[in-house]
Design a protein. Sequence first.
Length: 294
Amino acid sequence: VERKIMDEIFDIFLLEAIVNGILFGGVLALLSLGLNLIFGVVDVVWICYAELVMFGMYTVYWLAGVYDINIFIAAIAAIGLVSILGWLVHVLIISPILGTAPINQLLATGGLLFFLQSVATLMFSIEFRNLGLRLPILEFSEMYFSYARLLAFGVALVGMIIVYLFLTRTYIGAAIRAISQDREIMVLMGVDAKKIYWVTACVGGGLAGLAACLLVLQYDVHPFVGISFGPITFIICVLGGLGNMIGGFIAAFILSIIISIGGLYSEIEWGYVLAFVFFIIMMFIRPQGLLGKK
């Protein structure tokens, strides 16, 4: 009897870990969507992408937490600010080095990463800050779920659906998908590649801003918070197939579930270790990613 009870509890804990992993995967999928969108169109990986998220989190914190502005207005402001920041990154950093060796692009965005971290440190210090919101914990059949994580998953899902409709139902969205498949041909057909790059940078920045609004509900913000999300976002994009948004979506949920289950049996850090081990193994099996082309 005791063994049966323990098995039932174990099953509940395992199910709870899987569900929490899926909820966490929603935000990771949103992050990978923005990064994959940018890479698919511009063909440059923004190593500094998570630092844009960090500035978005600071925007929400200062507006809503310090100046007591309505959190929805603060969220809109953060999305707009990070969208503009994404455009500036493209115009000032990416555009001048397009067509150069990939190592130059990697060094440029990597250098920008450290620059943004330093700027944030000078502006905000290294102190950990949070909104101070105490959102409830929901209980369902002896399982417990964070309301903040449920809210983040729901908003992330809506955001991804809106981006999907934008890419499939609008002219600019169709141009973005077309130029990601063949840049040379689309330019010859009269598509303004510069305009598409700008729109893509703004949309990618806006997705980073939306992710920031969701993450600031769950995590403290500090100048190095990007380290927590940058590597896993990049790994998700590579595992799914760089530039493949559907592959990134699938990879986000696979890795988030692995992390959550690993945290069930041990500390959450071991969950990340298991996720990285899975990633390395998959790179031997499918180096192009789950849905990437050879």
